[in-house]
Ligand binder design. Structure first.
Ligand code: ADP
Ligand code: MG
Length: 293
């Protein structure tokens, strides 16, 4: 690998909206055989929306939303932002809760008017020994079946109801995946969200394999397992709790809306919103490596 050819490749990448940190990253891109993609904020817009607020029996939708919005008020998570926006739109005002704690991959908790509020998935509630009524479990299952993301809301260990969220696919996702497959790459969707939501996105965009329900701390282990199977792995994420996975992949690609953490742990930063840049980066690397052999 001549340094001159590699540096030229890095320069060419810049023109294409692919910021390559250095020649090593370019060399790594040329030998990738598997591309792992984060779901929320990468294959989807990350701009989630509230589709429905479903109170538990005898409950009130506004109370569900108020409790959820109070706990999510200061969080940057796409779920939290969607809940906050929705509360504002329907005129439910929620003062921020006290003692808010984020539970990565599960949800958040906090105190509202002296009561303990939990907002998150079934495993968050299980962790706090909160029993979920059968009717609520049915709402959750139906939402997941439709590819949505249900979030449960509990106050003082009683489930108040469910907020059902949806996300939009990025317009360029299907085309970008088709391109990666045409390049002979195996594509894998990795998400902390439920399996049905993962499958729905994977099916819509043509991703080969889904690994769902993965905690942020487990994403690295998934990458390492693929590597142990002999795969050379690129990870594409937005950096919201996938920075460690970006760093442990053979090649980490961060989409531009990513956080500073993602920028640091990524080898390549994709500046253009069109996901086709993932394929562009790999083609560029392969061409550059070919010219220098
Ligand atoms: P992804 O892998 O899609 O980026 P995360 O790891 O951030 O997803 O979250 C996984 C799951 O954890 C979400 O689908 C949701 O059920 C729950 N969760 C995470 N953060 C929150 C939050 N702030 N509020 C409610 N639920 C959350
Ligand atoms: Mg994420």
């Amino acid at each position: 690998a001549t340094p001159t050819a590699l540096m030229a490749g890095v320069g060419r990448g810049g023109q294409l909206g692919i910021l390559i940190k250095g020649p090593d990253a370019l060399e790594a891109s040329g030998v990738i055989d598997t591309v792992v993609l984060d779901k929320t904020g990468t294959l989807t817009s990350g701009e989630m929306g509230v589709r429905e607020v479903v109170p538990a029996a005898g409950g009130d939708a506004a109370a569900v939303l108020a409790a959820a919005a109070a706990v999510e008020a200061r969080s940057e998570h796409p779920i939290a932002r969607a809940i906050g926006r929705h509360a504002e739109q329907v005129g439910v005002d929620a003062a921020p809760a006290d003692g808010v704690r984020a539970v990565p991959g599960r949800g958040a908790s906090g105190t509202v008017a002296g009561q303990r509020v939990l907002v998150g998935n079934a495993s968050l509630l299980a962790e706090h020994d909160v029993a979920v009524p059968e009717a609520v479990t049915a709402v959750v299952a139906a939402a997941e079946e439709e590819g949505c993301t249900p979030v449960l809301v509990a106050v003082d260990a009683v489930v108040l109801g469910t907020v059902v969220l949806t996300d939009r696919l990025r317009e360029s996702a299907a085309e970008a995946i088709a391109r990666l497959k045409a390049l002979g790459l195996r594509t894998v969707l990795l998400t902390g969200d439920n399996a049905s939501a993962g499958e729905a996105v994977a099916h819509a965009v043509g991703v080969d394999e889904v690994i769902a329900g993965v905690l942020p701390t487990e994403k690295t282990a998934v990458i390492e397992r693929l590597q142990a199977e002999g795969r050379v792995v690129a990870m594409v994420g937005d950096g919201i709790n996938d920075a460690a996975a970006l760093a442990s992949a053979n090649l980490g690609l961060a989409v531009v809306s990513g956080t500073d953490v993602a920028m640091k742990s990524a080898d390549i930063i994709l500046v253009r919103r069109h996901l086709g840049v993932i394929g562009d980066a790999i083609v560029l690397a392969r061409r550059t490596l070919r010219t220098i052999r």
